[in-house]
Write a protein that binds this ligand. Structure first.
Ligand SMILES: [Ca+2]
Ligand SMILES: [Ca+2]
Length: 316
């Protein structure tokens, strides 16, 4: 038996360790409305074209009524009532900004990417990077299938930029070969969906700090090479194929149902959590495709999620 004094110390240390490991959703006490998005995350991405104009509206909470906004580049115009009008700079690149609450310590970091416009494409390429061809006509005339207006230019400097509290830009690059700069299409909404799903997964007892993203953005050229459907949400920056890889970290889905096997049933556990969220009213903006996939010789089991705007579920 351990002396009581030591066992208490041991328990305290254990509690502190568990505390340190607890998942934090990385949220601020206030929210920001911009474009068609709402974010409460301490890191919030804003993807814009050169010269784009966007309204930033901060929604106050009890005890949080006074804010200032700072940006490293571009023009900011205060419009009253916690509202700012931001005009993006004219050159592509990454810029940071922040919304600071003056009532208590609470900051939202704005991760502003000025994209390279589609007009910079030369044939199927931008700066030597193979994009391929987007279908000129949107599938069923849906906005989510219109060719993207711009591409995030990924360089050595911004490759590891945090987009939201638990996801970084490098997780979403297309798997095709080629050096930097690379170009990526990504929707803010997909990142927020992944954050909400990650928080739910942790809440359900599966501790993980991020998802392994097996496939994020796919250029139409790459998508075609792997034989995928031409209107894949991956090509529009709206989809991610994900799995949980926290214990052990070995690039394969963890044994989430703890049956000693890592297979379709584990993809099913992640699928169920995502499906559970789909039933919540507040989750409506994040609805999209949801699918589970079996392991093959090339990959382990995984789950596909996207933000096409309406629910479609499938499984193989
Ligand atoms: Ca694993
Ligand atoms: Ca299992």
């Amino acid at each position: 038996m351990m002396p009581r004094k030591f066992s208490l110390l041991f328990l305290t240390l254990l509690a502190l360790t568990l505390e340190a490991r607890a998942f934090s959703p990385g949220e601020t006490g206030f929210s920001l409305r911009y474009k068609n998005e709402v974010s409460r995350f301490q890191y919030s991405p804003i993807f814009l074209l050169p010269g784009d104009e966007v309204t930033l509206r901060v929604e106050e909470n009890p005890g949080q009524r006074h804010f200032i906004v700072q940006v490293d580049s571009g023009a900011l115009d205060f419009r009253g009532l916690n509202t700012w009008f931001y005009t993006a700079p004219s050159a592509p690149g990454f810029h940071s900004g922040r919304i600071i609450c003056l009532d208590r310590p609470d900051t939202m970091h704005l991760q502003i990417f000025i994209m390279t416009p589609r007009s910079a494409m030369e044939g199927e390429y931008i700066e030597g990077y193979h994009i391929g061809r987007y279908p000129a006509i949107a599938l069923r005339n849906l906005d989510v299938y219109r060719p993207p207006e711009g591409f995030i230019r990924v360089t050595g400097e911004n490759l590891n930029t945090r987009l939201t509290p638990h996801f970084t830009l490098n997780q979403f690059l297309c798997k095709q070969t080629g050096g930097l700069p690379k170009f990526v299409v990504l929707q803010e909404r997909l990142l927020y969906k992944l954050e909400h799903l990650l928080a739910k997964v942790n809440e359900r007892g599966h501790a993980c700090e991020t998802f392994a993203v097996m496939s994020g953005y796919r250029t139409p050229a790459y998508n075609r090479r792997i034989g995928n459907r031409k209107y894949s949400q991956h090509c529009y920056g709206g989809a991610a194929d994900i799995y949980i890889d926290a214990d052990p970290v070995d690039s394969i889905m963890d044994d989430l149902n703890r049956d000693g096997k890592r297979d379709y049933a584990d993809a099913g556990v992640l699928y169920q959590v995502a499906d559970l969220l789909s039933g919540a009213d507040w989750f409506a903006p994040y609805l999209g495709g949801l699918a589970r996939y079996r392991a093959t010789r090339r990959h382990g089991p995984f789950v596909h999620v996207d933000v096409r705007g309406f629910s479609v579920n499938w499984g193989d």
